[in-house]
Ligand binder design. Structure first.
Ligand code: IDP
Ligand code: MG
Length: 139
C-alpha cells in the first residue's frame, strides 16, 4: 500500500460535488487516511503550484485555488499515485476517459475538480503541505 494526496478543488466544493467525488474515490478502492477543509491564501496556493510558476496559466491557477474552500485528503491504495491519476482522468475533462472523476465532474481544463500528486516524491511533499502532523498520524 502507498499514499497520495488529492485535493477536491474550489469548483467542485462550491458546486456541492465534494460528497459525490469522495464516494467515487472510496468506490474506486481508496481509503481516506486524513482529510480537512482548507482555505488557501495567495502565498500558499502559489507555493503549492510553484512548479508551474512562469506558465501562462499560473496566475489563473493560483487565483482559482484561493477562490474558495478546498478539501485536501490523504488516500491509500495499492500503487496509490498511479491509481489515483487513472481514477481522476486527464487534466482537460474533454480528454478524460469515460467514468473518470474529471469526465464526470470537471467544468474545464482549469476548473477541473480535483488535484492528484504525480509521483511518490511529490506525494510526500504535498501530504506535508497540508498535514504537518502526518508523522504523528502514522502516514
Ligand atoms: P494535473 O492537475 O492533471 O496534474 P498539471 O499539468 O499539473 O495537471 O496542471 C496543474 C493544474 O493547472 C491543472 O489541474 C489545471 O487546474 C491547471 N492547468 C493546467 N493546464 C492548464 C491550461 O492550459 N489552462 C488552464 N489551466 C490549466
Ligand atoms: Mg500536476
Amino acid at each position: 500500500m502507498s499514499l497520495t494526496l488529492a485535493i477536491i478543488k474550489p469548483d467542485a466544493v462550491g458546486s456541492g460535488k465534494a460528497g459525490k467525488i469522495l464516494a467515487h474515490l472510496e468506490g474506486a478502492g481508496f481509503t481516506v487516511r486524513a482529510m480537512r477543509l482548507a482555505r488557501l491564501n495567495k502565498a500558499q496556493a502559489g507555493a503549492f503550484y510553484a512548479v508551474h510558476e512562469g506558465r501562462p496559466f499560473y496566475d489563473e491557477l493560483v487565483d482559482f485555488m484561493m477562490s474558495g474552500p478546498v478539501i485536501p485528503m490523504v488516500l491509500e491504495a495499492d500503487d496509490a499515485v498511479a491509481s489515483l491519476r487513472e481514477t481522476i482522468g486527464a487534466t482537460d475533462p474533454a480528454e478524460a476517459a469515460d467514468g473518470t472523476v474529471r469526465k464526470l465532474y470537471a467544468e474545464s481544463k482549469g476548473r477541473n475538480a480535483i488535484h492528484a500528486s504525480d509521483s511518490d516524491e511529490n506525494a510526500a511533499i504535498e501530504i506535508g503541505f497540508f498535514f504537518s502532523n502526518h508523522e504523528r498520524l502514522g502516514l
